[in-house]
Design a binder for this molecule. Structure first.
Ligand code: MN
Length: 270
């Protein structure tokens, strides 16, 4: 199915852009049942293949677990889908440049074309508002629902001391927003450094945000972006399969362990 292939490729695309590393995940709502979604089993994004995709209900219970490990934070996905019928894809990540904005009072603001959506508002989820101080991951349906409430109608929310959740009407929308949210945070930090403390920075105003996002939608700007990233990720997957035909066969588990060891020692691909 094209949708599942896109989901697999989206894990690679997010990793290639430094938005996810060994952690982070993306899901897609089922096109045949809006009360179900697809998400990888608990595995590093760059190792995800179609065999790793699992189906969940919106309470984040697996439809057919078959002994597979599950992401502890899968509730983020199910609880967002419950309250946002317009959302068909959810990304959770710990992309590094975004983290400082979750732990300070400096809001992310729109300052360039491809991240104009930031101007639609990126609230911050403070987990201490919903539980006593403790582990910061979203490991219960209640915390997932609280986070979904903070996301509200926005394109994303920061998670204090943790990362972010990004939503979209499609896989490309959620992926593109995740990648440009990271870039936006990095560029805003650079602008603040250049401007110095209290120095003026010219952000987009509301009219620029509205006009830019409307033009991107009407001109189907993102089709070119997605086409590029999808093509590159697909070529990379095909090259992997040529190098290691066992990957999709019975030796795939051994290959995965080898790749994990490579990643851990830093001797694999950058
Ligand atoms: Mn997390």
């Amino acid at each position: 199915m094209r949708l599942i292939e896109d989901l697999v490729l989206s894990y690679r695309i997010l990793a290639a852009h430094g938005v996810v590393d060994a952690y982070g995940h993306i899901s897609v709502r089922s096109p045949s049942d809006p009360n179900r979604y697809f998400l990888a089993r608990s595995i590093a994004p760059e190792l995800v293949t179609e065999d790793d995709i699992m189906e969940f209900d919106l309470d984040s219970n697996p439809v057919d677990q078959r002994g597979r490990g599950m992401y502890l934070e899968r509730y983020i996905h199910g609880e967002v889908y419950k309250v946002r019928p317009d959302v068909h894809s959810v990304v959770h990540n710990h992309s590094p440049s975004v983290i400082p904005f979750g732990v300070t009072t400096v809001p992310l603001r729109p300052l360039f074309n491809t991240a104009a959506f930031v101007g639609e508002g990126i609230p911050t989820f403070e987990i201490r508002d919903f539980q006593p101080s403790g582990d910061i991951i979203i490991k219960t349906p209640q915390l997932g629902a609280a986070l979904a409430g903070v996301v509200g109608r926005h394109p994303a929310a920061l998670m204090r001391g943790h990362g972010s959740v990004v939503v979209g009407a499609s896989i490309p929308a959620a992926v593109i927003r995740s990648i440009y949210l990271e870039l936006s945070a990095k560029l805003q930090t650079q602008a603040m450094l250049i401007a110095g403390p209290g120095g003026p920075i010219t952000f987009y105003d509301d009219a620029e945000v509205a006009a830019t996002t409307a033009r991107q939608d009407s001109a189907r700007t993102w089709e070119r972006t997605w086409d590029l990233w999808r093509t590159k990720a697909k070529a990379e997957l095909a090259a992997e399969a040529r190098r290691s035909p066992a990957r999709s066969g019975t030796d795939s588990r051994i290959l995965q362990l080898w790749r994990r060891a490579q990643t851990a020692c830093g001797c694999g691909r950058p």
